[in-house]
Design a protein around this ligand. Structure first.
Ligand code: HEC
Ligand code: HEC
Length: 307
């Protein structure tokens, strides 16, 4: 906070507290002139209501006084009076750091035990996968969806279907998470629009989707260009993240227009790297949850020591 704003805050506090304190003290002393009948002489409602004069009740005075005391004590002890840090030196940063440290002390033990198991085994531990699911929702759901079913608008794959771009064993999943991935599908508009449409029809024929046979036959002849990455039969290549085009599972949609778009302009899905942000231990429980999605129920037959 700059010196000006600090002074401004202090000024407002002094002004407000000063005015209310003055009114409070003055209110105790002020003498309201009363008539013999004990009223002030003010009359309302055609003379039906007359204003009486009473002292403030003691409980009200004490309550108000204690609130002033609490207010001053708070400003003395805690941050609040301009830039003052308060006598206790409390800060929300320190409180967070202390809470994080307590949390780490509790979790550290558990994470240590989890680190002894391969992902495939950890996936059967309900405690680990529950933790993984929570971390996934915090960090990954924006792209992959809360239940990891993917998002074709971003090319974020479904992680629950046991169909993998880069391989689905624990090690491959860990590499995807920690180091990120970048699939590069080059654009092929240079082949000409006619050829792009033929290739798209051939690609659709690979998974038995509706297509034009004559077009597909023309596309098949051109597919040699694609085979370097997608394989001669279009089954894909996990080393490059080139998807299997024969399984009717699509990153970007499997209708003719989407497939044409993939071929014409290329695609470049980016999975960010999480090593710096999450670290190995958190990535492990997330990977375990992901693995459990396509390998039966989590939580049964857990490794005893990891419970
Ligand atoms: C910014 C969006 C985005 C976020 C956030 C994101 N991902 Fe991804 N992820 C992608 C995309 C896009 C791909 C596909 C990359 C490609 O096409 O090469 C991918 C791929 C993957 C793969 C490889 C899948 C396969 O089939 O081989 C895994 C595993 C994965 N993500 C897990 C995660 C986890 C775990 C998190 C959170 C820690 C996460 N992702 C966060 C966009 C994202
Ligand atoms: C350099 C390697 C490479 C070549 C060559 C290549 N592709 Fe791809 N292709 C990829 C990769 C990698 C992806 C995934 C892109 C991503 O992850 O965003 C992809 C994605 C696609 C998709 C989208 C699949 C989906 O699930 O939505 C289609 C369709 C496709 N390619 C067709 C072709 C065709 C047809 C050719 C030949 C003209 C071709 N590719 C040539 C690497 C390649």
């Amino acid at each position: 906070m700059s010196a000006f704003w600090s002074a401004w805050v202090m000024f407002l506090i002094v002004l407000n507290l000063g005015i209310t304190l003055f009114l409070f003290l003055w209110g105790q002393r002020v003498e309201i002139p009363t008539r013999a009948d004990g009223t002030s002489g003010h009359v309302w409602a055609h003379g039906v209501l007359r204003e009486g004069v009473r002292r403030l009740p003691l409980w009200w005075v004490l309550l108000s006084a204690s609130m002033f005391v609490a207010g001053f004590a708070y400003l003395a002890l805690y941050p609040g009076f301009g830039r003052s840090r308060g006598l206790l030196g409390w800060t929300s940063h320190d409180e967070l750091a202390a809470a994080t440290q307590r949390n780490d002390a509790v979790l550290g033990d558990r994470m240590q035990r989890y680190s002894l198991y391969p992902i495939e085994e950890l996936a059967r531990d309900g405690g680990a996968t529950r933790m993984g699911h929570v971390l996934f929702e915090d960090n990954c759901a924006a792209c992959h969806g809360r239940e990891a079913t993917g998002n074709p608008l971003l090319g974020a794959p479904n992680l629950a279907d046991n169909d993998w771009l880069y391989g689905g064993d624990g090690k491959a999943i860990m590499t995807s998470i920690l180091d990120g991935r970048h699939g590069v599908m080059p654009p092929w508009a240079s082949l000409g629009e006619d050829n792009v449409v033929s290739l798209a029809n051939y690609v659709l024929s690979l998974s038995g989707a509706a297509h034009d046979d004559a077009r597909a036959a023309q596309g098949k002849a051109l597919f040699a260009t694609c085979a370097a990455c997608h394989g001669a039969e279009g089954k894909g290549n996990p080393a490059l993240g080139a998807p299997n085009l024969t399984d009717n599972i699509w990153l970007y949609g499997g209708d003719l227009a989407s497939v044409e778009e993939s071929i014409r302009h290329g695609r470049g899905g980016v999975m960010p790297a999480w090593r710096a942000r999450l670290g190995e231990n958190d990535a492990r429980v997330i990977a375990a949850w992901i693995y459990s999605l396509s390998h039966g129920n989590a939580g049964s037959g857990a490794p005893a020591a990891a419970r």
